[in-house]
Each structure stands twice: as structure tokens, then as C-alpha cells.
Design a protein around this ligand. Structure first.
Ligand SMILES: Nc1ncnc2c1ncn2[C@@H]1O[C@H](COP(=O)(O)OP(=O)(O)O)[C@@H](O)[C@H]1O
Ligand SMILES: [Mg+2]
Length: 448
């Protein structure tokens, strides 16, 4: 807002200045040629001065913005990460680094403002020196009878009119500099390519859920591949489990499937069509997702459960929550289902997971993704919600990521990944028979 108003105000001023400037030049030249040259010559000097100073203020203003950003980030961190900071006895360190940044911001602010403050007086001094020259040369010319004394005084008035736009130009330039420093950061974010949610022509409403990964490669950072040549065909309606060490690329694979990121090379097909062909919004609505980090919105339980749906169906909310065993703790909240949830430890991590599972059941999507959705609930609760999840996934292509292998044992297809590649694929029995990595992992977990 500030940026746009600064720009439009400055622009209007610029137009007016240009007009004054041109008409004054014409008047001056018609009065006296030699004196006009004296005025014009001062121009480049003034510009050099403006340049010299604004170069410094520009750097200072942008440093100021960066430091301010850092400081705000730090403040936010120290509030949201308050318990971690205390647990690690980092209060003093936080205070120190805050002080350091704060002092830096103060120093930069003072410097930037000093330079800005100097600009106008410095230009004034230069102009006054120029006036002295004009008067000296003017009186010499008058002495020789080339011009009259009266002309000198009117010329000085015009010279002032000529300088005034230069002055204002300098001040506008300065305002623009500080606005630009702010704008630069906004542009950086805007430069990130916008997701085109309406791209893709196909608006198929019913899909089967056949998925095929075709030689998919992906890297978040150039030359650091996370998914390598990943190929597999998944028939609709089956339950797929992704297993493998932390960091092997399971979540990344899900991100590619929901097009949070696009494959570097290769293709992902849904019902035989590249997922890029689908309308992005439509594509994402095909998946009921429970992500690794259970995101809870600052709203009522009902609103959280019906997030992304057109309306709130209270009866269905209750039914779903009962099926995953979230009902009990919701009813313990001060206002039950009408309680407004916060992110400050009001719910335990496990309870949040139960809510996000309930939310994914609510959307009733044709495909389901559960990324370590039950990693924070106890084994008994996990067993309890298993039937709800089984119900939800029946007949739908579903992806499970879980570390407790006992929970994915009954999957139709288990994909064991390592460093972004498929190590082995099969059912639980097949993989046990192979007696490879999966079998070892399983024996380790059942303590055998
Ligand atoms: N946004 C990201 N930017 C850069 N690297 C990432 C990003 N997300 C994940 N990674 C890296 O990609 C690799 C795979 O991560 P991920 O798919 O989350 O693993 P998993 O879910 O199997 O534990 C890891 O090495 C991780 O550090
Ligand atoms: Mg993960």
C-alpha cells in the first residue's frame, strides 16, 4: 500500500516538475544566453551530488529492510519457539542476538536518515554558490551594458524556479529509494512463479485412481536428486505402503503426486493421463491428505473438520470423529465441537493427528494419502483408528507412509525405498520371503 501510494504521488509530482522545468528553461534562454549556461552548468554538479548521496542511502535503506525482516523473524521465533528456547536455556542468547540486530537496525536507521537529511541542504549550498556566480557574471555584463540590472534580478528568480524542480527531484528520488528497498523484497516473492490453478483442460469429475510413475526424477536443489528413475504402476483401489528410512523421499513422492512440486523429468499418470493435464484444483481435490505435520486452523473443531468443504455437516462430523476415536477428547474441550482450537499446546500431537485423519475422511476423496498420520498416537489408539481408516480406504487408491510396519502389513503393495529409488516391491509375505531389507526391518521391529 505504502509502496503504491508513494509511487503514484511521486509520479504525479514528476509530471508537474517536468512541465515547470521546460518552461523555465525557455524563459531563461530568452532572457540571457551566458547566464543560462551558468545555471545549466550547475545541473550536472547537482546530479553528481544527488547520485553520490542516494547511492549511499539506497544501500543503507535496503540493509535496513533486511535487518528489520530478520528482527521480526527473530521475534516471531522467540514467541512461537518459547518453550524450546527455555528448555535449551537459550534465553540469554536470544536476548543477545536480538540486541545485536536491534542495535544494527538503529545504527543503519540513523546513518540512512543522516544521509537523507544532508541531501537537501547540500543541494541548497550548491545552488547558492551558483547564484553568487550568476550575480558576479551578471554585474560584469551589466557593467559593459550588455544586460540591465533589472534583468539580473528577474533572472535569479527564474534560476530559482529552475533549481526548485531539481530539489524536488532529489527529494522524490530519495523517497523512491526507500520505497524501492521495500518493493525489492516484495518483488522477490512475486517473482516466484505463481501456481496456475486453472491450467489444464480436463475437468473429469469421476476418476478411477490408476496411478503410474514413469521414470520420475526429481531434485529440490539442482544436482541433488531426491527421486531417481522411479517407475511403478499402481492399480486403482489398492492400498500402497511406502516404507524406507527417514529422508529416502517418501514425502517427496507424495508432493509430486499432489503437484506441490513438479517432476524434473519423467511423468506421473492418473488414469492414463499426465497429472499436468488435469486442472490443479481438481487434481488436489481427488486426494484426501493427512500430512506429516498436522496443521490445525485457528477455528472451531467443526470448521477444522469441514475445512475445504462447502458446508458444515455437524452430524457427519460427530460420526467420523467417533469412528476414529476423536470424539472423547473433543467433548472434553470447554465448548466441545464449538471450541476454537489454537496451536499453543491445547491439543496433544496425537489428538491433532486424529483430527486431521477425521478431516481427510470428511472430504470423501477418491484417493487417500496418509503420511505418517499415526506416528504420534499410541499403539492402542492406532489399532482403534485402523478400522476407521480401513473403512475409508476400501475401494480407493490409498498411500500409507508409516514407520510401524505392523500397521501396513496388510497393504496390497509395499514399496521399500532407499535414497529415492525402489529397493524392493511386493506384499508383506513376498518381501519376507525375499529376505532382504524389508524382512530385516520387520524382524527388528517385532523383536525377533
Ligand atoms: N523443500 C525441500 N527443499 C530441499 N530439500 C528437501 C525439501 N524437502 C525435503 N528435502 C530433502 O529431500 C530428501 C527426502 O525428503 P522426504 O521426502 O521428506 O523424506 P521422507 O519423507 O522419506 O523422510 C531429504 O534429504 C530432505 O532433506
Ligand atoms: Mg516424510
Amino acid at each position: 500500500d505504502l509502496i503504491s501510494s508513494t509511487f503514484s504521488e511521486s509520479f504525479a509530482k514528476l509530471v508537474i516538475l517536468a512541465i515547470t522545468f521546460l518552461s523555465v528553461i525557455v524563459m531563461m534562454f530568452s532572457l540571457s544566453l551566458p547566464l543560462s549556461f551558468l545555471v545549466i552548468i550547475a545541473g550536472p554538479f547537482v546530479f553528481l551530488l544527488i547520485n553520490f548521496i542516494t547511492k549511499r542511502t539506497k544501500v543503507l535503506f535496503s540493509q535496513q529492510q533486511v535487518t528489520l525482516g530478520k528482527l521480526s523473524g527473530q521475534m516471531e521465533e522467540s514467541i512461537s519457539g518459547y518453550s524450546v528456547i527455555k528448555a535449551y536455556c537459550q534465553e540469554q542468547n536470544m536476548i543477545n542476538s536480538f540486541k545485536e540486530n536491534n542495535d544494527k537496525l538503529q545504527e543503519l536507521g540513523i546513518k540512512a536518515n543522516i544521509w537523507t537529511g544532508i541531501l537537501m541542504p547540500a543541494i541548497n549550498v550548491m545552488q547558492n554558490i551558483d547564484f553568487i556566480f550568476i550575480v558576479i557574471v551578471g554585474s560584469l555584463l551589466a557593467d559593459k551594458g550588455i544586460i540591465t540590472i533589472g534583468l539580473i534580478s528577474s533572472f535569479v528568480l527564474y534560476a530559482r524556479q529552475f533549481m526548485r524542480p531539481l530539489n524536488e527531484l532529489a527529494s522524490i528520488y530519495n523517497t523512491l529509494q526507500s520505497a524501492l528497498a521495500g518493493a525489492e523484497r516484495v518483488f522477490e516473492i512475486m517473482d516466484n512463479k505463481e501456481e496456475n490453478v486453472s491450467e489444464g483442460i480436463i475437468k473429469e469429475t469421476s476418476i478411477k485412481g490408476d496411478i503410474e510413475f514413469k521414470e520420475v526424477c526429481f531434485a529440490y536443489v539442482k544436482d541433488k536428486p531426491v527421486i531417481k528413475n522411479f517407475s511403478i504402476k499402481i492399480n486403482h483401489g489398492i492400498k500402497v505402503a511406502l516404507v524406507g528410512e527417514t529422508g529416502c523421499g517418501k514425502t517427496t513422492l507424495i508432493n509430486l503426486l499432489t503437484r506441490m512440486y513438479d517432476v524434473t523429468s519423467g511423468q506421473i499418470l492418473l488414469d492414463g493421463l499426465d497429472i499436468k493435464e488435469y486442472n490443479l484444483k481438481q487434481l488436489r481435490s481427488y486426494f484426501g491428505v493427512v500430512l506429516q505435520d498436522s496443521e490445525i486452523f485457528n477455528d472451531t473443531v467443526y470448521a477444522n473438520l469441514c475445512y475445504g468443504l462447502d458446508s458444515i455437516n455437524k452430524a457427519r462430523c460427530k460420526e467420523v470423529c467417533q469412528s476414529v476415536g476423536a470424539d472423547a477428547f473433543i467433548l472434553r474441550l470447554p465448548q466441545g465441537y464449538e471450541s476454537v482450537l489454537t496451536n499453543d499446546g491445547m491439543l496433544s500431537e496425537g489428538e491433532r493427528q486424529l483430527l486431521t485423519i477425521a478431516r481427510s475422511i470428511m472430504v470423501n476423496a477418491p484417493m487417500i494419502i496418509l503420511d505418517e498420520a499415526t506416528s504420534n498416537v499410541d499403539t492402542r489408539t492406532e489399532k482403534n483408528i485402523k478400522s476407521a481408516i480401513d473403512n475409508m480406504t476400501r475401494g480407493r487408491t490409498s498411500f500409507f507412509i508409516a514407520h510401524r510396519l505392523s500397521t501396513i502389513k496388510d497393504s496390497d503393495l509395499i514399496i521399500h525405498m532407499e535414497h529415492g529409488e525402489i529397493l524392493e516391491v511386493g506384499t508383506h509375505e513376498e518381501l519376507l520371503k525375499l529376505n532382504n531389507g524389508y524382512a530385516k526391518m520387520y524382524r527388528l521391529q517385532v523383536g525377533d
